[in-house]
Write a protein that binds this ligand. Structure first.
Ligand code: THU
Length: 150
């Protein structure tokens, strides 16, 4: 792992400790890298009305947008795992963004005019799998389909 990637995964892991996930007991942290090096984070944020729960990646992107920065995303790191009784995240599988989050990421990619690099990490720190968003979401629906240029 290059230092840039390990730092981004570390940021995602740090905020995953703040995941509000009492229902699934599955914590997720996401860290966005912006073009100027700024890191913006998010965690999953569940709700007693389960279907209202928000994913970490979507929260991170909304946080970037609140700073006027969602067009500047160049990469994202995602890490997640089941939470044990002490709140520690467990798991040996790299966690990939769900389909909805891939689509939300595509909005940032299209509006930013660049593909986004997606680093998918496991809770145990043993695995980071890296892909482009365009590989994870081929033939995406986006602003151009609605006649909007970025
Ligand atoms: N979750 C995320 O935060 N990101 C994903 O890409 C997949 C799933 C969250 C939603 C829910 O709080 C928990 O993980 C279990 O689905």
């Amino acid at each position: 792992m290059t230092p840039d990637i390990s730092a981004l995964v570390a940021a995602a892991r740090r905020v995953a400790a703040n995941a509000h996930a009492p229902y699934s007991r599955f914590g997720v942290g996401a860290a966005l890298l912006l073009a100027d090096g700024t890191v913006v984070t998010g965690t999953n944020f569940e709700n007693a009305s389960y279907g209202l729960s928000l994913c970490a990646e979507t929260v991170a992107l909304a946080n970037a947008n609140s700073e006027g920065r969602f067009r500047d995303v160049v990469a994202i790191a995602v890490v997640g795992g089941l939470l044990d009784a002490d709140g520690a995240m467990k798991g040996d599988a790299a966690i990939y963004p769900c389909g909805r989050c891939r689509q939300v990421l595509n909005e940032a990619a299209q509006m930013g005019g660049r593909d986004i690099i997606v680093h998918c990490a496991s809770a145990d720190g043993a695995h980071v799998e890296t892909h482009s968003l365009s590989a994870l979401l081929p033939h995406a629906f986006g602003p151009a389909d609605l006649g909007l240029a970025p």
